[in-house]
Write a protein that binds this ligand. Structure first.
Ligand SMILES: NC(=O)c1ccc[n+]([C@@H]2O[C@H](COP(=O)([O-])OP(=O)(O)OC[C@H]3O[C@@H](n4cnc5c(N)ncnc54)[C@H](OP(=O)(O)O)[C@@H]3O)[C@@H](O)[C@H]2O)c1
Length: 229
């Protein structure tokens, strides 16, 4: 778990459940809950290994909640590694127009907000986010990762959705992907894909395991966009 910093920045793993046609939900506004209990446990394990969890505003608007670490063994393992019981859960949003009544804001987890100067205004001095990173007029990952690194963040788990993952891949910030292929097809243009991307990303398969009707894929990013985003 230690010394995972690469190229002087935290290691970033994308974790997603996908359909056999590469969709992450049937519509951008609906919460995707098509993975099995094995996939949910896999996701919780990935969250438990992270120092920071990251997701896009669209994902929070769809779920109104996030996955906290609940299994006592995973919490004990975090303590043994010197990590706090829960990773900080960061949401990324330009507008940051969230309802403080959403369950996310009642969950007993540390919460962070990555936003623009304008988006931060409504949340300053409030209890909902214990950390806010502002990156000017736009979301700017080169301003975020060094701040995480300075805070001792070594592992980031990026949990979607497609807009967030596309921007991280385009900027060359993703090191690994863990994709669970679930046995269904959504089809249709309205269903969001793994990543909203303008150019290709080259992957190397590190592991592949089938459990019942799902396939757990582990990829390393060989080459993606560098310098953008
Ligand atoms: N299958 C799975 O494992 C899984 C996991 C997560 C989500 N999902 C599904 O994915 C869907 C949501 O995905 P999505 O792609 O529509 O949304 P998303 O990536 O979760 O969020 C997009 C929003 O995040 C902010 N954002 C993220 N990166 C940004 C960047 N680089 N620059 C500027 N803003 C950025 C913007 O917020 P503002 O609009 O505030 O500017 C943007 O509109 C939902 O249906 C959800 O159920 C599925």
């Amino acid at each position: 778990m230690k010394n995972v910093l690469n190229n002087g920045r935290p290691h970033c793993t994308v974790v997603l459940a996908i359909t056999a046609d590469g969709k992450i939900s049937d519509r951008p506004t609906t919460a995707a809950r098509f993975g099995s209990e094995a996939d949910r446990a896999h996701l919780e394990t990935q969250v438990a290994q992270a120092d920071a969890v990251l997701f896009g505003a669209g994902t929070l608007r769809a779920y109104h909640t996030t996955l906290a670490v609940r299994h006592p063994d995973l919490i004990a393992q975090r303590r043994q590694r010197g990590q706090p019981p829960q990773p900080r859960q960061w949401v990324c949003s330009r507008r940051a127009d969230f309802d403080p009544q959403w369950r996310f804001f009642q969950q007993p987890i540390p919460r962070g907000l990555i936003t623009t100067t304008q988006g931060a205004i409504a949340w300053q001095g409030r209890r909902e986010f214990d950390q806010i990173i502002t990156t000017g007029e736009v979301i700017n990952w080169p301003a975020v990762f060094p701040q995480w690194q300075a805070q001792g963040v070594e592992r980031v788990a990026a949990l979607g959705g497609g807009v967030l993952v596309g921007s991280l891949l385009a900027g060359g910030w993703v090191d690994e992907l863990r994709l669970t292929v679930c046995p269904l097809l959504f089809g249709g243009d309205a269903a969001p894909m793994v990543a909203a991307l303008g150019s290709g990303v080259e992957l190397e398969l590190l592991a592949c395991e089938a459990i019942a009707s799902e396939v757990f894929l582990h990829y390393r990013v060989i080459r993606s966009g560098q310098g953008a985003g």
